[in-house]
Design a protein around this ligand. Structure first.
Ligand code: TXA
Ligand code: MG
Length: 339
């Protein structure tokens, strides 16, 4: 099938495709999503097929207003308060459902579902035009880094989906915070740009331990048990307190090239060659926001360079947005740090 690239002005065409049961990728402020109408069983099944996603991993329901949520979820005052302060935005809420209101293909058979109102006007227009919420997992092949540009989506899914709505690169670059409100205290299942510190004034206690899942436990968010963001190369993380140049020198691969994913201030300390190895670098920019924005693009850049077998990547302090950044980088690295 041909995969059409839509401009933000072509929302009506994209909405028609979705209503016919076709798949269209949509932009959000976090990463691009893979859209299908939430009530269309065949289309939802096609989402899993296109991504190669395990069928027990439930999908986020993307809405254009808080009101859309209450057609499916049970009334919830904690959620109402959070929606008022954080929506549209990078906060996904897990809520208990009214029985039988959503397809088991959407919920993975759970009695809860994930809801989010993305901060992207084109996609809010698209959902309003279909009149029905859209499921939206990240629009990548399962296991690959999430897509932060329409080109990333096209690379992974062209020929498998009908369209991609191109609204430029996403701003945040890391997937939304997933907050479970079906439990008390509320629990962060996946850290994102909306931090525990930001949520605290509205919730009191928050359980933040749940996203550190050991191999033996069953993860609370089903998606967390699968391999994620895995580039072809091995990723080694340099802790923020280490000298970056020294860390690269001490961890050179046997191949002729070494991949480096680091901040501008670290890259300027590196020569073009170290002990005869070519340094192939991708810049994370100047600060943490830029690093979050560029992390997945960086991992994808090295995937297009099969000669690079080792990527040495800059770690950051696990605070604020750094918690989400390190969560994704540690998954990409299989939790490996430099010696
Ligand atoms: O930023 C985002 O959240 C992006 C954009 C497109 O909105 N979407 C996204 O979707 O990252 P996905 O499917 O890649 O990740 C959703 C996560 C998965 O880890 C899934 O297991 C979890 O949310 N999840 C969904 N429904 C759940 C539920 N009822 N209970 C617990 N976890 C749930
Ligand atoms: Mg995903």
């Amino acid at each position: 099938m041909e995969t059409k690239i839509f401009k933000p002005t072509e929302v009506d065409q994209a909405a028609r495709m979705l209503r016919r049961g076709e798949l269209v990728s949509f932009p959000t402020e976090t990463v691009y999503g893979l859209g299908a109408i939430v009530t269309d069983r065949a289309a939802v099944k096609d989402v899993y097929l296109a991504k190669g996603r395990p069928s027990d991993n439930p999908l986020i329901v993307h809405v254009a207003s808080p009101q859309m949520v209450w057609q499916y979820a049970k009334p919830n005052t904690r959620a109402q308060k959070l929606m008022k302060h954080f929506w549209p935005g990078s906060l996904t809420l897990i809520l208990p459902l009214q029985a039988g209101k959503l397809l088991p293909e959407v919920t993975g058979g759970l009695t809860t579902a994930a809801f989010r109102m993305p901060h992207n006007q084109t996609t809010l227009n698209l959902i309003k035009a279909t009149g029905i919420p859209l499921v939206g997992p990240s629009a990548n092949t399962s296991g690959k880094p999430s897509p932060t540009t329409a080109a990333h989506v096209y690379h992974d899914l062209h020929g498998k989906i009908s369209g991609v709505m191109d609204d430029g690169p996403t701003q945040v670059g890391l997937e939304s915070t997933v907050l479970d409100l079906s439990v008390d205290p509320a629990a962060i299942l996946r850290p994102g740009a909306v931090t525990a510190a930001a949520l605290k004034p509205y919730l009191g206690t928050i359980d933040t331990a749940t996203h550190h899942v050991s191999a033996q436990e069953v993860p609370k968010a089903p998606g967390m048990k699968y391999k994620h963001y895995a580039p072809k190369a091995q990723v080694l993380i340099v802790p923020p307190e280490k000298n970056f140049l020294k860390a690269v020198q001490e961890n050179l691969p046997t191949q002729k090239e070494v991949g480096v994913l680091a901040f501008e201030r670290q890259l300027v300390t590196l020569p073009k060659q170290i002990e005869g190895k070519d340094v192939v670098s991708f810049s994370l920019g100047a600060d943490l926001h830029s690093a979050a924005h560029k992390l997945f693009a960086g991992l994808r850049y090295f995937d297009l360079r099969p000669d690079i077998k080792v990527i040495i990547a800059a770690g950051v302090r696990a605070e604020d947005l750094g918690i989400a950044f390190m969560n994704r980088l540690q998954k990409a690295a299989g939790n490996q740090f430099v010696q």
